[in-house]
Design a protein around this ligand. Structure first.
Ligand SMILES: Cc1cc2nc3c(=O)[nH]c(=O)nc-3n(C[C@H](O)[C@H](O)[C@H](O)COP(=O)(O)O)c2cc1C
Length: 366
């Protein structure tokens, strides 16, 4: 049975994804301490490209040393990282997928333990009930300019490595999300206050990166539409406005991270976010949706709501061949948990298994 989900889609800049199934960005902590891609991390991604994903996106990759948020995080901040990035881009393309790097700065979520520096954010603020929380210093304008420059340089590096594009990580309450937030951003200069000012950082970066990279290179953004986890101080209507602004700024796609795509919005419980974001965006800007999508029927339901791509996270960890196997409408993906040995067979190394232990539904010990 033919399915829009598994049919190709041509993007505005002429690139074609072979289907609408996208590997969600997944932190896996497998890079070397200097941010250089490891063989294990390459294998994890390459295996999903071989399994038929139309788009394969890396984990959140830090654009500057002061923006590192995780142990073993992939880096795109130095030219020493280029040779291995080139090999990954080539491997993903060779397997027929479009390859993207997710560009990230952690802001307050970049601990001094990793960066050797006190974290910084839009403002200084505290978070109750988190003993590990380090109070950030408020950015001065040179920090902001350095971050814009770091995203710009990282995008150029990604293009030079041969990837098809980048995604700016504006979701989940990291640096770009901290500036968007009405609670974490208490600035009174042009980078805070009104939503136009709070959106200035991600919009400036989107425009800079768009201008710095070739026209056939995809520049997209991921956002959290409403509060969840570390993402705080967000408002649905502001997020819809942001979608329209980013489209004006030239983004090639918008990725909304929903955590549970079956849920309606918190602000308007009778409305689902996908049609709202679809309506906020011009037709030529594809909408990517992630959040607890497991089956082909669930993926198709998101396309019917107006999404152009579905991004798969946990199900893609457990089912590297999901897109190939979903050609069979009766396909029932593995739901886990699996043992470390079973995960190894799916190109998940011990390091990644250890990180995944926090998700009890993915790893079980024999
Ligand atoms: C192990 C793990 C690592 C993740 N790492 C990232 C990341 O680096 N960047 C990001 O934007 N989201 C990250 N996410 C969120 C996923 O991209 C996705 O939006 C979320 O897991 C919901 O989709 P799912 O239910 O299909 O897993 C991560 C999620 C998991 C489970």
């Amino acid at each position: 049975m033919s399915s829009a989900l598994l049919s190709p889609i041509r993007l505005r800049n002429g690139l074609v994804a072979r289907n609408r199934v996208w590997l969600a960005p997944l932190t896996n902590q497998q890079s070397h301490d200097d941010g250089v891609l490891s063989t294990a991390e390459q294998r994890w991604l390459e295996r999903r490209a071989e399994g038929g994903f139309g788009v394969v996106e890396t984990c959140a990759a830090h654009v500057s040393q002061d923006g590192q948020g995780f142990d073993g995080q992939l880096g795109v901040w130095g030219d020493h990282q280029l040779p291995r990035l080139r090999e990954l881009a080539a491997a993903i393309a060779q397997a027929g997928a479009l390859g993207l790097v997710q560009l990230y700065h952690g802001g307050v979520r970049s601990p001094s333990r990793l960066t050797g520096r006190r974290p910084w954010s839009a403002s200084s603020f505290t978070e109750a009930g988190r003993p590990e929380f380090e109070v950030p210093r408020a950015a001065d304008v040179s920090d902001i300019e350095a971050a814009i420059d770091a995203f710009d340089q990282a995008a150029r590096r990604t293009a030079a490595a041969g990837f098809h594009g980048v995604e700016l990580h504006g979701a989940h309450g990291y640096l770009l999300g901290q500036f968007l937030s009405s609670t974490m951003n208490q600035r009174t200069d042009e980078w805070g206050g009104s939503f136009a000012n709070r959106a200035r950082l991600i919009r400036t970066i989107a425009r800079r990166v768009r201008a710095a990279t070739p026209a056939d290179f995809l520049v997209g953004a991921r956002i959290s539409p409403e509060d969840f986890g570390y993402a705080r101080g967000l408002d649905l209507d502001e997020s819809l406005q942001l979608a329209a602004w980013l489209a004006e700024d030239g983004v090639d796609f918008l990725h909304v991270s929903l955590w549970d795509s079956k849920k309606n919005t918190a602000k308007r419980p009778d409305q689902h976010p996908v049609p709202l974001f679809r309506a906020a965006l011009p037709k030529h800007v594809p909408l990517v949706v992630a959040g607890n999508i497991w089956t082909r029927a669930e993926a198709e339901a998101e396309l019917e709501r107006g999404a152009d791509f579905v991004a798969l996270g946990k199900v893609a960890i457990l089912n590297p061949d999901w897109p190939l196997r979903a050609a069979d409408p009766s396909y029932q993906p593995e739901r886990g948990p699996l043992t470390p040995a079973q995960l190894h067979d799916l190109a998940i190394s011990d390091v990644f298994v250890d990180y995944l232990r926090r998700f009890k539904t993915i790893v079980r010990d024999a």
